[in-house]
Design a binder for this molecule. Structure first.
Ligand code: GLU
Length: 489
């Protein structure tokens, strides 16, 4: 591709970043990295009324968490700054005036026009819709009369009345609009801020953006942008509109589909690499069959022809599955490290701090089934503390009665107390023989033991688990279960 690839992620700080925003950031970043170009973050804070404090920090935190680094933008600066549009107002004013002097834009006085029973909100609404605006053809005398001598800050772009505006979108192909269907949109507002349309065109040009890759919802704005580029004599960048993201039911993605603000995935125990991999597949694919793919492979293969035109589907179950895949790739040490913040958050405070070496041994036992780090506390609780509260009736396995359960617990306790070698194989041999002597099936005998050791019917493999718990804990848990069960009978 000729020239340097420069792409941007241009969030508006109007709320917490969601999966759609970050997918846009991710695709731009991948494209930049594939072409050894630049990835720029630009904050589009021109809609002052809708600013939500903290949203930019949340956006940047989200990018950092996912290891999406930016070459220019907030915190890192760069040669094309400032990267906050609110700090670039002079630029937009100059361009708006230039458009006015060229006859491509005009001051609008609708807000100043007196009108009976017209409150402020109505006036605002009226001024944004251009349907009843006829300021475009005003003579200087009419302006003086209408404005009452007051300067108007509202500037509208004078859309050509004829012809078509065409874009050759790199994903959607050729799209065209009849100019007569476009209204004279506002480029400068009465608060002195530009609208998105003017600011985006100015900055994409001044920041030398080569490709605008953004959500499909912006496609209808593209003819406005192209007309602005042309009127200003700027070469437009290439456009690539990314497919929509839908829920499983085919409707626009929302919280209802399990899609939440990006920070919530972290709190819900999703690994950043898993989320990244999942998001990559929201509109892009390596081939028809590969789901789990490293960032480097994606970067190496990230070309726009692999982006789909059709909507991407957000499948919450697939995200959990993907997360499980990534959890299984961690070393015991890494998994233990990832679990610690969740244990610190969710375990009873008297169980903290956790014994890190013990956790490192527990981690591989859980790894096979874990789908989210959020399960950390629940699935390790009984390793740290005897489960005193479980219903001892659950010790009784199918086909057993109280007596046989009691005998099973006693025999197992004798074995476990006498044994010194807790290697899983040894434990299995010893307890299998005991179970046979008691004429219990493996399912029955080991079922009793599992409940005695954990208080639960489901756990990691029994003997590996006992090895990790060690003799003291195992014996004390089985003893405790025996005493509680005996006392209840
Ligand atoms: N500020 C717009 C947004 O929040 C960006 C649109 C664009 O990339 O042109 O999505």
């Amino acid at each position: 591709m000729p020239g340097e690839i420069r792409v941007r992620f241009a969030p508006s700080p109007t709320g917490l970043p969601h999966i759609g925003n970050i997918r846009t950031a991710l695709f731009n970043w991948l494209f930049a990295r594939h072409h050894s170009g630049k990835f720029i973050v630009r904050v589009e804070d021109t809609d002052q009324a809708r600013l939500v404090p903290g949203s930019i920090e949340a956006m940047l935190d989200g990018l950092r968490w996912l290891n999406i680094d930016w070459d220019e933008g907030p915190e890192v600066g760069g040669p094309f700054g400032p990267y906050f549009q609110s700090e670039r107002l002079d630029i937009y004013h100059d361009l708006a005036e230039r458009l006015v002097s060229q006859g491509n834009a005009y001051h609008c006085y609708c807000a100043q026009k007196p009108s009976s029973n017209d409150d402020e909100r109505q006036r605002d609404r009226r001024v944004s819709a251009s349907a009843d605006c006829n300021c475009r053809g005003l003579t200087p005398e009419e302006i003086v009369e209408l404005s009452g001598g007051q300067e108007s800050n509202v500037v509208r772009f004078a859309m050509p009345k004829e012809g078509v505006t065409r874009v050759n979108d790199l994903i959607r192909g050729e799209v065209e609009w009849r100019n007569e269907t476009q209204n004279d949109f506002i480029i400068l507002k009465s608060d002195g801020f530009p609208t998105y349309h003017l600011a985006v065109v100015a900055d994409d040009h001044l920041m030398e953006i080569s490709h605008v890759m953004r959500a499909e919802e912006w496609l209808p704005s593209t003819p406005r942008h192209l007309q602005l580029f042309e009127a200003l004599g700027f070469e437009p960048p290439q456009f690539a509109h990314l497919p929509m993201i839908m829920g499983m039911d085919g409707t626009k993605l929302s919280k209802r589909h399990g899609a939440t603000a990006i920070g919530e995935y972290k709190d819900a125990g999703i690994l950043p690499h898993a989320l990244l991999n999942f998001m990559v597949l929201l509109g892009w694919s390596l081939d028809d069959k590969t789901d789990v793919v490293t960032s480097q492979t994606v970067i190496d293969n990230f070309t726009l022809d692999r982006i789909t035109k059709s909507s991407a589907i957000f499948d919450q179950v697939k995200l959990q599955w993907m997360n499980g895949m990534y959890i299984r790739e961690l070393s015991p040490e890494q998994l233990a490290g990832e679990m610690v913040p969740f244990l610190e958050r969710d375990l009873p405070k008297d169980m903290l701090p956790v014994d890190r070496e013990y956790l490192r041994q527990i981690a591989p036992l859980l790894q096979e089934r874990m789908k989210s780090l959020e399960e950390s506390a629940d699935s390790t609780l009984y390793f740290f503390q005897a489960n005193e509260g479980f219903d001892t009736e659950t010790l009784v396995q199918k086909g057993m009665d109280r007596d046989s359960t009691l005998s099973a617990l006693k025999a197992a306790l004798d074995d476990l107390d006498a044994a010194d070698d807790y290697a899983p194989k040894k434990l299995e041999e010893m307890l299998t023989a005991t179970g046979e002597k008691l004429s219990l099936s493996r399912r029955q005998f080991f079922g009793v033991l599992r409940v005695a050791a954990t208080g639960r019917a489901v756990s990691p493999p029994l003997f590996e688990m006992m090895e990790v718990m060690g003799k003291d804990r195992t014996v004390s848990r089985v003893k405790n279960a025996l005493e509680r069960f005996g006392a209840a009978n």
